[in-house]
Write a protein that binds this ligand. Structure first.
Ligand code: 2AM
Ligand code: CA
Ligand code: CA
Ligand code: CA
Length: 269
């Protein structure tokens, strides 16, 4: 992808995201259908699906050679990362969308041959857009985000973690997560993976730890975190695989190793 193409795709991606956000704000005050997916707490609404359809139509019409990987399955059946791939979560934080009418985001990333080139995370209700192009820094609206502190200790860190991982579960030994929760200054759980990544990039959270996320939850956030000098890996330190679910440790780098080595022991299954 040359710079001119990247600039144009970025411009269009931003346009799509802002328009999609406006559509959500308009529709959300009328009654809408809510269904469940994998379990009774895993919600999806017709607005999630409408929004993904909006992206699919826009991307197909403006960029017919690009492919789309979206949570609601209205994109392509993606089995490799070749070419230009849009990775879209139309509403990240659907539970918040349904129950709180806030704290949800649209997450859009553009990857070229597996490399994250563009990341956009739009907090729809606050009209706040986090955006980044690889190698050109990350922004919150018009403000350049500063490089993350590399000196912070775990004892001074605010860490994003869902309390579920501190209970009995199939993925991680809960004792380590419980110790991590005791060790850090504070924990937060916002219910939108994309926003939690954005907060790490903004430096208002020092790490985000979770045991299972899909590519559309993390694709844009990883570009943002990378641009401010942070890092994202699986919880065992391996590189994230954008074609499957991953455990995630995203941090300001200072505390990455310590979190992985001392507090996270994955279960084998
Ligand atoms: P979603 O709202 O797009 O589904 C909430 O803890 C975070 O985890 C959200 O980013 C949510 O994304 C994501 N998530 C991924 N898989 C989930 C699942 N099966 N049920 C609920 N949230 C899930
Ligand atoms: Ca979902
Ligand atoms: Ca999501
Ligand atoms: Ca979603």
């Amino acid at each position: 992808m040359n710079n001119k193409d990247k600039q144009m795709i970025y411009y269009k991606a931003k346009e799509f995201v802002l328009e999609a956000g406006e559509r959500i704000r308009q529709k959300m005050h009328c009654p809408f259908v809510i269904e469940t997916k994998s379990n009774p707490n895993d919600l999806v609404t017709e607005i999630d699906q409408d929004t993904e359809r909006f992206f699919a139509e826009r991307i197909r019409s403006e960029f017919p050679t690009h492919r789309l990987l979206g949570e609601e399955g209205l994109g392509d059946h993606v089995k490799d990362l070749q070419g230009t791939l849009w990775i879209v979560d139309p509403i990240d934080g659907t539970m918040n969308f349904v129950h709180q009418k806030r704290n949800f985001a649209i997450s859009v990333a553009v990857y070229q041959d597996g490399v994250g080139e563009i990341g956009l995370i739009y907090d729809v209700m606050t009209d706040c857009l986090y955006h980044a192009k690889r190698g050109e820094g990350a922004y919150k609206n018009g403000d350049l985000l500063r490089p993350l502190s590399k000196e912070k200790s775990l004892a001074e860190a605010i860490v994003g973690v869902n309390g579920i991982w501190a209970t009995e579960n199939t993925r991680v030994h809960k004792e380590g997560i419980q110790q991590l929760i005791r060790k850090v200054r504070g924990t937060r759980s916002y219910g939108s993976a994309a926003l939690e990544f954005a907060y790490v990039a903004e430096g208002i959270m020092d790490a985000y730890v979770t045991m299972r996320l899909s590519p559309w939850d993390i694709a844009a956030g990883m570009v943002l975190v990378q641009e401010v000098g942070g890092m994202t890996t699986q919880a065992n330190g391996k590189a994230v695989n954008m074609l499957m679910t991953n455990s995630i440790v995203a941090t300001n780098k200072a505390i990455h190793q310590e979190i992985m080595e001392q507090y996270i022991t994955l279960k084998k299954y």
